[in-house]
Ligand binder design. Structure first.
Ligand SMILES: [Zn+2]
Ligand SMILES: [Zn+2]
Length: 123
């Protein structure tokens, strides 16, 4: 289900129009858009509302999935330090690492969307 998406470049203000796949939430499409005018790149995360024809999107200089992955790595590293410390004291802690990170949005139609960003396997 491709849909036309238009945005204005943050750097040069030029309008860009691209066709993007827009899967219904909780699925999403993430890609790097390149401005046809100045070549500046920006990341977009887009997801389609399951109840109406609208879509929601997040546009950013950095990749949200990379951010989630990087943050998850940081969290797991710090949890591991705690777990190791607890083990020395004779306690055991088991922590389930989630395999996805939900991001919520509300569509103008009132539908609450949640997309699930996969967290890379950190073992
Ligand atoms: Zn531009
Ligand atoms: Zn909607």
């Amino acid at each position: 289900m491709d849909q036309e998406f238009s945005y204005f470049c943050y750097r040069c203000g030029g309008e860009n129009s691209v066709n993007l796949p827009m899967p219904k939430a909780p699925e999403y499409h993430h890609t790097n858009l390149i401005c046809s005018n100045c070549g500046d790149g920006t990341h977009i995360l887009v997801s389609h509302c399951p109840s109406c024809t609208r879509y929601v999107y997040w546009i950013n200089d950095i990749s949200i999935p990379d951010l989630v992955g990087g943050f998850a790595r940081y969290m797991v590293h710090n949890m591991q330090a705690l777990i190791d410390k607890a083990a020395i004291q004779g306690a055991t802690i088991s922590i389930d690492t989630p395999d996805s990170y939900p991001i919520s949005a509300t569509c103008p139609c009132g539908e609450h969307l949640s997309i699930e960003i996969g967290i890379p396997d950190l073992d």
